[in-house]
Ligand binder design. Structure first.
Ligand code: IPM
Ligand code: MG
Length: 354
């Protein structure tokens, strides 16, 4: 298997280095993985004046899967939008047609007290957010900032979804629900936005093909509230790009820390890009204190979804469980009585547990 490794910016290189350690350990045990690294985001801009250099995109296209750290740094905020790190990430998602973003929020029992919510609210949480990733207001045209006749400026973005886009992400959500608790909650704002009114109609149509799955609908504002009120009511949540971006950050806090949430972004053939759900956290970059578990868990997702290798995926998942049960914590999930470890210390602990 060939893997494109794109560390990116901020804490990206540190957390990816821990995931690579895990992959190296698996290689040592005979797993055939070849890795090649390339710059993206701010690192891409530094290397080739492009947040997604052509060589990086080509490598990603040819690889069997992509492992990504994170992109973004405040120092690029004044660049033209097309040259900013985030644009590199959006272009690789779109360019590889990675429309299905899976963000599982799973609470490890030992971390119940690390969440800002009461332990009884989050204990046992196991939720899958299915976020559409290549459409919606993120990509809709027209967009831009222009000057109106009266001289003032206007910013425009367009929220739009066609049926094909909605149907393919809906099917993914229903298929995943069939392997879980058979409940799909579709999140929209159908009371106000036509694009999501269509979203709801299409979800209802898909549900006819899945008689065993219970479909419910929720407006996004209510969903945001329900996620902190009673998150365990959810099994699979399916939603558009922007709502999914916001709700997945919210859901990550239910698991104790945003540093725990992995993600998979898949095309229709299960080729995927794997990255933590969190960002590049430039404020703590280079300090060796970031939590690498979301990235390591993303590698487990890679084995499960792209390589169809459940055994290796569980092996990594179990190593993470062991490390947490043994009391190792990075600062973001640390509580009294646990052993505080650095980012690289956590990587070493997972390798030892493997
Ligand atoms: C995410 C991030 C990205 C997004 C940013 C960095 C462009 O927040 O993956 O959730 O908005 O999709
Ligand atoms: Mg986000």
């Amino acid at each position: 298997m060939k893997l494109a490794v794109l560390p990116g910016d901020g804490i990206g290189p540190e957390i990816v280095a821990q995931a690579v350690k895990v992959l190296d350990a698996l290689r040592h045990d005979g797993l055939q993985v070849e890795m090649e690294e390339a710059p993206i985001g701010g690192a891409g801009y530094e290397a080739a004046k492009d947040p997604l250099p052509e060589a990086t995109f080509k490598l990603a296209q040819e690889a069997d899967a992509v492992l990504l750290g994170a992109v973004g740094d405040w120092k690029y905020d004044s660049l033209p939008r097309d040259l900013r790190p985030e644009r590199g990430l959006l272009r690789i998602r779109k360019g590889l047609n990675l429309f299905a973003n899976l963000r599982p929020a799973l609470l490890y029992p030992e971390l119940a007290s690390a969440s800002t919510l009461k332990p009884e609210v989050v204990a046992g949480l196991d939720l899958m957010i299915v976020r559409e990733l290549t459409g919606d207001i993120y990509f809709g045209q027209p967009r831009g900032i222009s000057t109106l006749e009266d001289g003032q400026r206007e910013g425009i973005n367009t929220m739009r979804y066609n049926e094909t886009e909605i149907r393919r992400i809906g099917r993914i959500a229903f298929d995943i629900a069939m392997k879980r608790n058979k409940k799909v909650c579709s999140v929209d704002k159908a009371n106000v936005l036509e694009s999501t009114e269509l979203w709801r109609q299409v979800m209802i149509e898909i549900a006819r093909d899945y008689p065993e799955v219970e479909l419910s609908h929720m407006y996004v504002d209510n969903a945001a509230m329900q996620l902190v009120r009673a998150p365990k009511q959810f099994d699979v949540m399916v939603t558009g790009n922007i709502f999914g971006d916001i709700l997945s950050d919210e859901a990550s806090m239910l698991t104790g820390s945003i540093g725990m949430l992995p993600s998979a972004s898949l095309d229709e053939h299960n080729k995927g890009m794997y990255e933590p759900s969190h960002g590049s956290a430039p404020d703590i970059a280079g300090k060796d204190i970031a939590n690498p578990l979301a990235t390591i868990l993303s590698v487990a997702m890679m084995f499960k979804y792209s390589f169809d290798d459940e055994a290796t995926a569980s092996r990594i998942d179990n190593a993470v469980k062991k490390v947490i049960a043994a009391g190792y914590r990075t600062g973001d999930i640390w509580t009294e009585g646990c052993t505080k470890v650095s980012c690289s210390g956590m990587g070493d602990a997972v390798v030892a547990a493997l």
